[in-house]
Design a protein around this ligand. Sequence first.
Ligand code: GUN
Ligand code: ZN
Length: 442
Amino acid sequence: MKAYRASLLWFAPHSAGPHAASPQALFEEDGLLVVGPNAQGVQVVQAIGAWRALKDSYPQLVVEHLPGRIIAPGFIDLHIHYPQTNVIGSPAPGLLPWLENYTFPEEKRFAAPEYSAQAAAFFIAELLRNGVTTALTFATSHTESVNALFTEAQAQRLRLITGLCLMDRHAPADLLNQGQGAVSGTEQSLRDTEALIQRWHGKDRLGYAITPRFAPTSTDAQLRGAGELARQYADVWIQSHVAENKDEITWARELFPASRSYLATYDDFGLMRKRAIYAHCIHFDDADRALMRDTGAVAAISPTSNLFLGSGFFDYEGADRIGFGYGLASDVGGGTSFSPFHTMLAAYYVGREGQTKPGLSLSPQHLWWQHTAGGARALGLDGVVGNLLPGCEADFVIINPKATPLLARKTALASNLDELLFSLIVLGDDRLIERTVISQAI
Ligand code: GUN
Ligand code: ZN
């Protein structure tokens, strides 16, 4: 067992009602966080609270004192592409030309295992440097890219979920899932998915996500096969993209005219259920929102990406009115930053009302929740990660609120928790993260 004495930030249990509502952050100026192994030997939170109240219960404990620091849950990134690290900052008129001109050419390189391995090592180091301790991540359509990422995540004990990108049409030939002998690319992609589930899902902290890129790059047969696997393996995740861009939607509607909407296409193939995470979810009507709610699928809101690619603005009011789940995501490389602080600030911009659009001014506690406990709830990992309640895996960040001269000046003026959190969100980046601590196992 070990304890850390510092300021502590975490979230009240079930503070958010069925969905986002009003998450309640808890803050202890002079706190004690006690971590130790659970029955499986995994380091979890044993106790959290005021140092004064807890110190006498743990007289023998080694305490690391971190004056002036804030310990907070590790961040959860609900949607990111590890093969797109090099694609950050590639301007395009919109999603489809961006995919064609920048993203697909870079993703082709991941056919080479060495290229995948070095990209995976850089990517995971970058997540950790930014305080991200759980990520739901796209790989490419090459099994090598999936194996490389799982291997690196396992070595670092990162809680990481990924899967083979399913793409059997409408992409460059060398990016489509390849067949073997008499087996078609479509059939092979489904066999590979099943083999990868069996190899990686539930190993240490790793999880598998069935990953059709988006409906336009899959045939009916591939989506149907993915849906069958999703039914067969009920605790694996599903990830895809939906309703990000108007040209994408027009294309998806042409390809799947029998479905009620683009989103409904996924439901028609059995790809909407709990643990299904759809990136973007911008251009929805209320029937789509109700479909998300009723199936238990959730949105990975990707605000820096949506602003960069000009895709539109996630409608928080609509999501809360109908009541479906969501959390925050960087969507690197459409997204512009690995930093959760940049993503939270962009979510504030995207959400808020302005003189040309209605909206909600999200509180800093709400923004922070979306990137931690809210993200965990979206993944079905409530009480496992994203919070520091007793029993949660001990993934946390040590924040130095005086990391830059401006942060030092500004955070010293904060007279309440909201002011402090807002200063961190508006001015923060990787410099705030002094250390990222990952739950170890004995
Ligand atoms: N839709 C299909 N593929 C992608 C992708 O790689 N990034 C984004 N932002 N949207 C997509
Ligand atoms: Zn994406």
